[in-house]
Design a protein around this ligand. Structure first.
Ligand code: SF4
Length: 682
């Protein structure tokens, strides 16, 4: 039906971190359809979210089209000058009274690199604080910290194609890839059909466990014990790569002493898996020539998340599976641009390019380019901001495109923090539960309305292209941040996304060779890409690790923050489903997707259900020490006895009301994957 289409625009999917390329079909100033485009990550296929859930939301009549100011508890429409002046005046008043660190900002992992760069520049150069973070804090901050410590870089080491083609085995840990990263899930299925041995380490039975050589349904929270026992078996059987360990690593002797205590029989009992399967998994992984570790949030979202990641890094390092094709350690990043939001410095302890405040020459460089004295102390992590707000240490919060009232654990704690603020600004597409609590709501732009780039999970920087205008008085988010900066007394002059990328290339050595012009000329670039003639880096750590020697961090098992007891006897994890994305603000506005899935549910084991008198589809009450919700029971054998699973895409029956907000002491990620609950028939 090309005759109906006036324009076609190739861009990047706005949902998960796979980074599929798609073609927007435009007619009458609206996007009316989507077709797959051929990109390095997707090679001409899309999942159901990309095909059907990636455009209708943009022309929804629910879009915010004017700035809103709350007066006497009600929102009223306002002009841009009034809204922006109000924000700047109230932020200046907070700074005058309590200093710049009384303001914090959450940037948007769904938005382009250029938006994220401008947001953190606004927080640092114009407001004067490092209190800037993004949603990686609650999904992969454990990867960023863990892999930066052991390897020198927190990113996926290899490419999607490389770890799913011509591999002998795949060790897949804590990833329901078919639902959370569907196009990679399809490539893993193809790899298995081509002969790769798939080992799935996951408490739940998922689509991929049905075709796995081995499924190890480990008890949630026992990942370090599992990885240490694997290393134990590998060393004991002489399968370690001693030359690699000697030439390219440090810290092996300390790790060897620790893993000696992780006897396989003892660990198998702790992890609730057969010991023979543990031995078999170690043998398959160690002996395979090309065998990547691929992992996701089942590994990271724990109070031991950073050490979980480092224990997997130890496992790959002991067998020398780094710096070559078909190997490495490969975190699957969740949101489309959560990799980029981190790359762009939307973290309280990193400037763009993961550059540290105390590294030689770094502050001089940024202060030279930005023309301002910059704050040097590490700022608050997003998970610390709600408590700091409730205690009066944070008075103002600027949230760009995030919805912590739906997506963050312990909703009562989040609400208490947000309601205690003097000023809450939310820049959004829709009136979300978080925006409802704001003092000022700003109508931003969707990805189909802007230029820029997303960085996918394999560090590939890909173009986002404008197809249509934003509705009503909605504005580009980069314009909004520049206007706030100017009103705060910072004379920001950057205007176009291409200009912003040029400044990124100036300050971030990993992006030094990346420009819109190169990408528009057809080049496909993965950072590090240091110069204008650098081809990009598909495989990292070739020859040497980014930190020099790879570091065996001595990881030790620790219990989760909360374990089941008499009052709360079931252990619950949370995660995604195929048909919706995070808070659902975009996918809930696609009728076809909501027709398939529109309600929350809890998966419980049939034995537990029988004991509790619960049948399939019953309405049940789920409670924890933090709150209670009602949802539907899904009874079966997807989860083991004493375990449960929920998705978090629906404001009603949202497990984040009950989820645990205890955090990892190293990276401050919350423990979404383990909390103690009670389930009762209502
Ligand atoms: Fe979009 Fe991810 Fe689906 Fe690809 S796999 S179409 S990036 S949601």
């Amino acid at each position: 039906r090309d005759w109906q289409v006036e324009d076609k625009v190739v861009t990047t999917c706005p949902h998960c971190g796979v980074g599929c390329q798609l073609e927007l079909q435009v007619r009458g100033g609206r996007v009316v359809g989507v077709e797959p485009a051929y990109g390095p990550a997707n090679r001409g296929i899309l999942c159901v979210k990309g095909k059907f859930g990636s455009y209708k939301f943009a022309s929804s009549s629910d879009r915010l089209t004017d700035p809103l100011i709350k007066e006497n508890g009600e929102f009223r429409k306002a002009g841009w000058d009034e809204a922006l002046d109000l924000i700047a005046d109230r932020m200046k008043a907070i700074i005058a009274k309590d200093g710049p660190d009384a303001i914090a900002g959450f940037s948007c992992s769904r938005a382009p690199n250029e938006d994220n760069y401008m947001f953190q520049k606004m927080m640092r150069a114009a407001i004067g604080t490092n209190n800037v973070d993004n949603c990686a804090r609650v999904c992969h901050s454990a990867s960023v910290t863990g892999l930066a410590t052991t390897l020198g870089s927190g990113a996926m080491t290899n490419t999607i194609r490389d770890v799913t083609h011509d591999v002998d085995a795949i060790l897949l840990v804590g990833s329901n890839t078919t639902e959370a990263h569907p196009v990679i899930g399809a490539q893993i299925r193809a790899a298995v059909r081509a002969g790769a041995k798939l080992i799935v380490v996951d408490p739940r039975r998922t689509d991929l466990t049905s075709m796995a050589e081995l499924h190890l349904p480990i008890r949630p929270g026992t990942d370090i014990a599992f990885a240490n026992a694997m290393v134990n078996i590998i060393i004991a059987n002489g399968w370690a790569d001693e030359a690699f360990i000697a030439q390219r690593t440090e810290g092996f002797e300390a790790l060897r002493e620790i893993v000696a205590e992780y006897e396989p029989e003892k660990v198998a009992r702790l992890c609730h898996i057969p010991v023979a399967d543990l031995y078999r998994a170690a043998e398959i992984y160690a002996k395979a020539e090309r065998a990547p570790i691929i992992y996701c949030l089942g590994v990271t979202e724990h109070t031991s998340g950073t050490q979980n990641v480092m224990s997997l890094s130890n496992l790959a390092m002991v067998v020398g599976k780094y710096g070559r094709p078909g190997c490495g350690i490969n975190p699957l990043r969740g949101q489309n641009n959560v990799q980029g939001a981190c790359d762009m410095g939307c973290e309280p302890h990193n400037l763009p390019g993961y550059q540290k405040f105390d590294a030689p020459g770094v502050m001089d460089k940024f202060e030279g380019v930005w023309g301002r004295a910059l704050p040097r102390g590490i700022g608050l992590r997003a998970t610390q901001v709600f408590g700091a707000a409730a205690e009066g240490r944070v008075k103002g919060l600027f949230i760009f495109g995030e919805d912590p009232m739906v997506t963050d654990p312990n909703t009562a704690h989040v609400r208490a923090g947000l309601e205690a603020l003097d000023l809450l600004v939310v820049d959004e597409l829709f009136m979300t539960p978080t925006a409802e609590l704001a003092d000022v709501v700003l109508p931003g732009s969707a990805y189909v309305e802007k230029e820029g780039t997303f960085s996918n999970t394999e560090r590939r920087v890909q173009r986002v292209r404008k197809a249509v205008d934003a509705p009503g008085n909605a504005r580009l988010d980069t314009w909004i941040f520049a206007e706030v900066m100017r009103r705060m007394g910072y004379p920001e002059t950057l205007e176009t996304a291409a200009d912003i990328m040029d400044e990124i290339a100036l300050v971030d050595p990993d992006f030094g060779g990346i420009s819109h012009a190169r990408l528009d000329a057809g080049e496909s670039l993965q950072w590090p890409c240091s110069t204008r003639d650098h081809p990009g880096t598909p495989i990292m750590h070739v020859g040497a690790f980014k930190r020099g020697l790879g570091y065996f961090y001595p990881t030790e098992y620790q219990e989760p923050n909360e374990v089941p007891d008499e009052d709360y006897p079931i252990l619950m994890s949370t995660g995604r489903m195929l048909y919706h994305y995070n808070n659902g603000a975009m996918t809930h506005r696609t009728e076809g997707l909501t027709r398939i899935a529109s309600q929350s549910y809890i998966q419980i084991n049939e034995t537990d259900a029988r004991a509790l008198g619960i049948a399939q589809g019953d309405l049940v009450k789920v409670s924890s020490r933090r709150g209670a919700i009602e949802t539907q029971a899904w009874v079966g054998d997807r989860v083991g006895e004493g375990e449960a699973f929920m998705t978090f895409h629906f404001p009603s029956g949202n497990p984040n009301v009950v989820a645990n907000d205890a955090t990892d002491p190293l990276c401050f990620i919350p423990e979404y994957k383990v909390c103690a609950i009670r389930v009762e028939k209502t």
